[in-house]
Each structure stands twice: as structure tokens, then as C-alpha cells.
Design a protein around this ligand. Structure first.
Ligand code: ZN
Ligand code: ZN
Length: 470
């Protein structure tokens, strides 16, 4: 299975195939072949060619292609040391490529410091390669520019850099701002969901280190046997441990993997099936009316049928949640209601199991496919991530039902001077009210609980009058 679309991988495969005899004869160079084989496997399964990965593959292939000379010379202890360092450098490169390829395409591009990691890796390989050429007494090579060139930057990386520059120049401010990340994903026609934000919050160095340990284990188990089996068992083992994670889509209930997902991979209805009228109220046909990317986690970026039984299961019962504060204003002419609330989620289903962590619940608008709505929960960990994002972006708005200044409901985070979330402000205003109704719920970030009395900042307009007695 030669990947013709990526010449650097095809060349690497040829080198591995033609040189594995040397690994068999000299087990101390075998790790280099095994690791290059691991890299080839990762690159073959990758969805697209990436200039930084190809560059590392080429450097490593170039270095390894000099090893046949080992068979003709007497091997000195200094040469063995160089080979050991070479094995380590290739292991670091394999670990980096594996971690990088695990990032989604959006996260990979916006993690602009990735390029530094590739540069460090390339430098380590270059130094090893120089030492190797010296100790093998190879003096000149026409391909030496491989070692002196810069790590390439491709169009997608450039697009990410330009995007960051256009938005203030701070990578952090973009990376932690969900709205900006979403905008970048849209601009690049890439899939955006909450896993992208999680990946951007994670440090790639951690997963590089995990990979190094994993590869160390594979090497220990395989150096003797794998060479004899022409590296085939390594590939099988890698596939088993790297088998792509399967997710279940919350919109269409189908299984998907990141590589099978795409901007139009999922089809679904905006509204849920109505068993009484035996139809979908969104489009009145049985064929899905919407197309988007599969999503593994529930979200309120846009309506989809499966969302509503879930939100209703919470909102229509009293044992599922406790309301801390709410605002509501009714338009006296149209009877349209603007509302928002904040509280604690106890369980997702009435009489079901209680959620394990303290969970904040924020609801804005009427949760129905025809209206703009927001229904989302937050654990302490999620609030901490949001704090980071809000502190950098100063984007405190959680959601607003309408841009109309006269009629809207909204919720926003309240920050302390040091940039910590200390509460949620709720606002509701109907066009028939002269003033909005505004309340503040103080929140303790660490415990994800209400931390004080609800403040009413503005009583707002004429809310529906309820007589004390009929
Ligand atoms: Zn539909
Ligand atoms: Zn789907």
C-alpha cells in the first residue's frame, strides 16, 4: 500500500524495505527502522499530507539511508553512541508526529507553537545526522541541503498565522476564544466542535511524552522479533493501539470517526419526530432536511431533533434541577416571552441518577427549534476553561436571543478585576417594557455553586400582573 500522493512516505518505505536486513544483522540499529515504520504507518493513515511531517520523514529517511555502510566498517563504541542518540531522536520525532496527527485539523493549525516543536525535532535529527556522517566517514553529500533548510510552512499554517495577526496577534487570545476558533474553522471549511476547544486547552507536550513511553514499550517488545517478521507485526500492533476512536453522533445516532467526518457527513432534522402527527414539524418530509458535520457532544450551535427530548427531560421536571435566579418579560402585544435562568442541574432524567459533579445550568430563550435558544451546563473544570477564554477575549456574552435592542433575553459572565468569573447576569426585555429586567447570580468558580444572594439590578418593565387572589 504505497501512498503515491506523498512522495516522502513512498521513499521512506523503500528505504525501510531495502534496509531491514541491516536491522536483522545489527539489532542496535533496529529501533531506527521500527520507529520509521511507525511514522510511515501514521502518515499513511493521515487524511492529508502535511509539510512539517513530510519534512521530518525526509530528514529521518536521509539519515537512515546511510546506515548500509555499517556493514562494511568496523563499528567503534563512538559509532554505537551516535546510533543510540539517533534512535532517541527518531523516537521523539515519531512521538511528535503521532501527537500532532491526533489533533483535529483546526487545533493543529491554531496551535502555532507546534511549528517550534517540529523545528526542535528537526534540529536534533540534523545534529545526529552530522555526527553519524562524521563517524561513518561520509564526507560529502549532494542532499545535504535537507539538513540546512528551514522547517517548511504550508498554506494552512500561513492561514492560521494570518488569522491570529488579524485578531490582535496573540495566539492565546485566539486559541481560547470559542467564537474566534469557530470563525477560523468556518473560514477553512473545517469541522468545529467542543473537542477542538479541549484539544486547544491541552498541552501537546503531554501527549508527546505519553507516545514516547508507548513507543519505548513497543521497541522493547519488538526489537528482536519484529525485524525477523519484516516489521509486519509492528504495523498490526500499531493499528490495534492506534485504532481510530469511534464516536456516536448526537444528531443522527450513527457512529463516526474523525476521518469519516466532514462538513456534510451528517444528515438530520431540525425538529424531533412528532409521533402524534407522524411527521417532522421542521420540513414535513421523512428525508433529513439538514446537513452538517457529525457531533459527538450535545450542543446548541443550531437546532437538531435529538436535543429537545433531552432539554425537556430536565426543564419539565422539578427533581432534575434547582433554579437560582431567573428573569422573564412578556410582550403585552404579541405574548412573546423573553426569559433566562441560571441554576443547578441535579439529574438529566427525572428520578434518574444524580450528576456526579456540581453542574451549573443556564437556559436562555424558549428551547424549541423555531426559536433562538441556549441550554447548556458547566462543571467546575469547564468554568475554569471558560474563565481563561473570557479573560483573554473579554467576550463575556454567553448567549443573546436577538440583536434587537428592544426585545431580547441574554446571559453574560461577570468577571472580577483579576478576570475570574464571579457570577452570571441575566437580562430580559420585551418591546413593550421601557426597561429591561436584570438580575445577578453570584457564583463560586471553584465549587460551581451559588455564592450569595441574588441581586435585582433592574425590575424592568411591566411584567405580567398576577393578582394575589382571583
Ligand atoms: Zn426536517
Ligand atoms: Zn451525525
Amino acid at each position: 500500500m504505497v501512498d503515491n500522493s506523498n512522495p516522502s512516505v513512498s521513499t521512506a518505505m523503500q528505504v525501510v524495505d531495502s534496509l531491514s536486513d541491516i536491522g536483522r544483522a545489527m539489532p542496535f540499529v533496529a529501533p531506527a527502522f521500527i520507529l520509521l515504520k511507525i511514522i510511515i504507518d501514521i502518515e499513511q493513515r493521515a487524511q492529508e499530507v502535511d509539510a512539517k511531517c513530510s519534512d521530518l520523514v525526509e530528514r529521518i529517511t536521509f539519515m537512515i539511508s546511510h546506515l548500509p555502510i555499517l556493514e562494511k566498517i568496523e563499528i567503534m563504541p563512538s559509532t554505537r553512541q551516535v546510533i543510540e542518540r539517533m534512535n532517541e531522536a527518531i523516537k521523539s520525532a515519531a512521538a511528535l508526529i503521532a501527537a500532532y496527527r491526533k489533533q483535529s485539523r483546526v487545533a493543529r493549525r491554531l496551535s502555532i507553537s507546534n511549528r517550534e516543536k517540529f523545528t526542535q525535532c528537526a534540529e536534533a535529527i540534523n545534529i545526529c545526522c552530522h555526527d553519524l556522517l562524521m563517524s561513518l566517514q561520509i564526507h560529502q553529500s549532494t542532499q545535504l541541503e535537507i539538513l540546512t533548510r528551514d522547517v517548511p510552512i504550508d498554506d494552512d499554517d500561513k492561514a492560521a498565522q494570518t488569522f491570529v495577526e488579524e485578531h490582535g496577534g496573540s495566539v492565546d487570545a485566539v486559541m481560547y476564544d470559542r467564537e474566534l476558533v469557530k470563525e477560523f474553522a468556518q473560514q477553512q471549511h473545517l469541522v468545529m466542535d467542543d473537542s477542538v476547544m479541549e484539544q486547544l486547552n491541552q498541552n501537546i507536550a503531554d501527549s508527546v511524552q505519553q507516545n514516547q513511553q508507548r513507543f519505548e514499550g513497543i521497541l522493547q517488545d519488538n526489537v528482536k522479533t519484529a525485524i525477523a517478521d519484516s516489521l509486519k507485526s509492528i504495523a498490526a500492533e500499531m493499528h490495534a493501539s492506534e485504532a481510530e476512536q469511534r464516536f456516536k453522533c448526537v444528531q443522527c445516532d450513527k457512529e463516526f470517526t474523525n476521518s469519516s467526518n466532514g462538513p456534510k457527513a451528517c444528515s438530520y432534522h431540525r425538529a424531533e419526530y412528532d409521533s402524534w402527527s407522524r411527521s417532522f414539524p421542521c420540513c414535513s418530509t421523512s428525508h433529513p432536511c439538514q446537513f452538517a458535520a457529525h457531533r459527538s457532544k450535545h450542543h446548541c450551535d443550531y437546532p437538531y431533533g435529538n436535543f429537545f427530548p433531552r432539554s425537556r427531560g430536565v426543564l419539565n421536571y422539578t427533581d432534575t434541577n434547582e433554579e437560582w435566579a431567573s428573569v422573564e418579560d412578556t410582550n403585552l402585544e404579541t405574548d412573546e416571552v423573553q426569559k433566562a435562568s441560571v441554576g443547578q442541574l441535579y439529574r438529566w432524567v427525572s428520578r434518574g441518577a444524580r450528576v456526579e459533579e456540581n453542574t451549573l445550568l443556564i437556559t436562555i430563550g424558549r428551547v424549541w427549534y423555531k426559536y433562538p435558544y441556549y441550554f447548556s451546563t458547566f462543571t467546575a473544570k469547564e468554568l475554569e476553561d471558560i474563565t481563561k477564554s473570557v479573560r483573554l477575549s473579554r467576550r463575556t456574552l454567553i448567549f443573546r436571543t436577538s440583536a434587537d435592542e428592544n426585545e431580547y433575553a441574554l446571559a453574560e459572565w461577570i468577571l472580577s478585576i483579576s478576570g475570574k468569573i464571579t457570577g452570571v447576569r441575566l437580562t430580559a426585555k420585551a418591546a413593550t417594557s421601557p426597561q429591561p429586567y436584570v438580575r445577578v447570580c453570584p457564583i463560586d468558580l471553584a465549587s460551581c455553586t451559588r455564592s450569595g444572594e441574588i441581586l435585582t439590578l433592574s425590575e424592568g418593565g411591566m411584567r405580567s400582573y398576577t393578582p394575589a387572589s382571583p
